[in-house]
Write a protein that binds this ligand. Structure first.
Ligand SMILES: [Zn+2]
Length: 348
């Protein structure tokens, strides 16, 4: 619906068939909106960068302590826990793929992978699972029942069904193996139904995927959140719920801390406030041609665009130079937020 908008400050222009130019809305930020060619994104900030990755290996292992390790190729993250019986692997993102097996061999040469834990059902975090199962026959796959239900419907050979499931909300399931234990807790729908928190108490590591993005703007549409109020509940409560030193968040090149969660929570509350304010101050059908005002889809397109534009302009001065990728996804966040407020309700 924003394909008709071009940012005037990009020094671009285009025309309708009748020769009239596309114009940005009054008060629009100079951040390029979606669906225009942007050849000058803001630079990644230092706070968004992880440690260097050896290009010859293509991955980095971070020792989290007490037998837990984070593995990243710079964009995705997964975790490996060394036990007296072998290895517990948490998540299997295809972009890391074979590097997971190499990292496992580096962490514990010759060790068998005894367990694979699914954080949630999305392909981009567990789509390499079948390859791990193939080389570790008899391995247990652990997931919440909600994830098992989604995988049963998906019927995807790359994401084999769990062999151990647990159910319920806020009823931790403790996975123990070879002297190690992981507490798996489902707090209710958030990023995806079945998306669990994984707590390794011995290293004070919390693994929570696709919800917090240390140093970065969240992925688009609040990380394609299935349940935006659920994401707000989780981010708002997670620092009080776990006494963690390290957050493995599933994305970006570095691990996070409680300060990163606080920063994202501050951004999310500002986002909510800006969208709520714009919804209250934006008039319906303002500046539209009279003949278009009989088209309800067009009226809402115009309204949502102007709410989004105001929300972006409101947030940019404070947040543009605090979060890497702010300029990339801020329009998506404002649009997702205003929509959630309209359908889920205005309270946080
Ligand atoms: Zn996901």
């Amino acid at each position: 619906m924003r394909t008709r908008v071009l940012a005037g400050l990009l020094m671009l222009s285009a025309s309708w068939a009748n020769g009239q130019e596309y114009l940005p809305y009054p008060g629009a930020s100079d951040i390029a909106p979606p669906m225009v060619h942007n050849d000058h994104y803001d630079a990644v900030l230092e706070a968004g960068k992880g440690a260097d990755i050896d290009p010859a290996k293509g991955y980095r292992i971070q020792d989290l302590g007490a037998g837990a390790f984070m593995v990243t190729e710079g964009t995705y993250q997964m975790m490996i826990v060394k036990t007296d019986e072998g290895l517990i692997v948490v998540d299997a993102p295809p972009p890391i793929g074979d590097k997971i097996l190499k990292a496992a061999e580096e962490i514990a040469p010759g060790a068998r992978i005894t367990h694979l834990v699914y954080r949630h059902a999305h392909v981009d975090h567990i789509g390499f699972a079948a390859r791990i199962v193939a080389t570790n026959p008899g391995m247990e796959i652990v997931a919440h029942q909600e994830t098992a239900d989604i995988l049963a419907r998906a019927n995807d050979p790359n994401r084999p069904m769990p062999t151990m499931t647990f159910g319920g909300i806020d009823q931790p399931f403790t996975l123990t193996a070879g002297g190690q234990s992981l507490d798996l807790t489902y707090s209710g729908p958030n990023h995806e139904p079945g998306n669990i928190e994984i707590w390794h108490a011995d290293s004070q590591t919390l693994m929570l995927i696709d919800v917090v993005f240390p140093g970065w703007m969240m992925w688009r549409r609040m990380a394609i959140a299935h349940d935006i109020p659920g994401v707000f509940d989780l981010v708002g409560q997670v620092n009080a719920k776990y006494d963690f030193k390290t957050l493995v968040s599933g994305h970006v090149g570095r691990t996070g801390t409680k300060a990163d969660v606080e920063e994202q929570w501050a951004f999310m509350t500002d986002l909510h406030g800006a969208a709520l304010k714009a919804l209250g101050s934006t008039a319906i059908a303002e500046g539209m041609r009279a003949e278009d005002t009989t088209n309800p889809w067009a009226v809402f397109d115009n309204f949502i665009d102007r709410v989004t534009v105001e929300c972006v302009a409101d947030l940019a001065p404070k947040w543009r130079h605090k979060l890497s990728g702010f300029d990339v996804f801020i329009y998506d966040q404002c649009m997702a937020m205003e929509q959630s407020i309209r359908v889920d309700g205005p309270s946080l």
